[in-house]
Write a protein that binds this ligand. Structure first.
Ligand code: DGY
Length: 351
């Protein structure tokens, strides 16, 4: 027979992707799946032991893919597939140097993260953390309805405030999808600050502006100073890593409007937590909505941001809808298969 039997390729999977997605890997005869069996972040020791000789590894943002990882995996390794759009946990230089391929999950989570960005902006403006605590603690009876109690700034435009500026730090897919949502609230102006080393995208911006007319009056790329000073809502949606570390610092926060809110649905490292806690305590800004905090998940109850009633915090759940996580897991599985077979990967990062 012409049939050549070869050993199945090993693929290490750092989290169980569930009954709808695991079969993409487990039903293939050409793959041997090694799965971290527990429902928590994969232990480093287990990972390093099991990736030896693997052709592909499917990782989460909690798994650090560095030189040690790649060296340990050895020369059979062809692909790393992360179930995330972010890849700060992956050493790209090492991946490129070794001629490896990297799969990630862009696009599928754009809408879920745009949704939560709007949610956090509304929560921050409308004092959700503070006011829900009143209800939860049984204090509602003390707060009879009164004309201006518990008010916050309105995100949508009104007859009295006919213009609103939304500002984005980073202006990729997720920011653009968030802008679409904000436009339906009547936001009139959009400014953004994005990677200063990438060329301005004038044609793209013209098209986005046109798409949202007549509601949206202007769309401009600005410097950080202008972003801080002119935005009613600042939404942070840029990659993490060293280059963007603490871009939102004391200087930025001091320039923001007193009624403005800050949202971070990207990476905790972009925002200096101590500066933000101070800004909230001293009321330089109105409030904050955070899906991410530097140092997560090790955020204990005595973290300075948890002491600020105007800080609305959720634990990195931006992409956590059934639909989106299914999409991300499927894409991550398809990516690792494509990479191992040397085929097209549905979402491969250009290195
Ligand atoms: C990502 O995909 O990078 C998110 O932070 C996790 O969903």
């Amino acid at each position: 027979s012409s049939h050549v039997s070869s050993k199945p390729s090993k693929v290490v999977v750092c989290r169980d992707l569930g009954p709808d997605v695991m079969p993409i890997l487990t039903e293939r005869k050409d793959l041997e799946v090694v799965l971290w069996p527990e429902d928590r972040a994969c232990e480093r020791e287990w990972l390093l032991k099991n990736i030896k000789g693997a052709a592909g590894v499917l990782v989460m943002i909690t798994d650090i893919v560095n030189e040690e990882f790649l060296e340990t995996a050895g020369p059979n390794l062809r692909v790393v597939s992360t179930m995330s759009v972010g890849y700060e946990h992956v050493d790209l230089k090492q991946i490129a140097k070794r001629g490896l391929r990297l799969g990630y999950t862009p696009a599928v989570l754009t809408d879920a993260v745009a949704d939560i960005s709007i949610m956090l902006a509304l929560m921050a403006g409308r004092n959700v953390n503070e006011t829900m605590a009143i209800v939860r603690e049984g204090q509602w009876p003390k707060f009879t309805w009164s004309p201006f109690a518990m008010c916050g700034p309105q995100i949508s435009t009104t007859a009295h405030s006919p213009s609103r500026t939304i500002g984005f730090l980073g202006f990729g897919r997720i920011s653009q999808a968030t802008l679409s949502r904000a436009v339906s609230f009547g936001v009139t102006d959009c400014i953004y600050h994005s990677n200063p080393s990438s060329p301005p995208k004038l044609e793209r911006d013209q098209a986005i502006l046109k798409q949202h007319q007549p509601q949206l009056k202007s769309l401009r790329s600005v410097d950080l100073d202008t972003l801080a000073r002119e935005s009613d809502v600042v939404i942070v949606l840029a990659p993490g890593g060293e280059k963007t570390k603490h871009i939102i610092n004391e200087e930025f926060l001091r320039k923001m409007k007193k009624h403005a809110v800050l949202v971070n649905a990207a990476r905790g490292t972009l925002v200096d937590s101590d500066a933000l806690a101070k800004a909230l305590r001293e009321k330089w800004i109105w409030g904050a909505g955070l899906d991410v905090i530097e140092g997560e998940p090790n955020i204990s109850a005595d973290h300075p941001l948890l002491k600020e009633p105007r800080c609305n915090i959720v634990p990195h759940i931006g992409s956590a809808t059934f639909e989106t996580r299914l999409g991300m897991a499927t894409l991550a599985a398809d990516n690792v298969v494509g990479g191992i077979l040397g085929d097209k990967m549905p979402a491969e990062l250009d290195l």
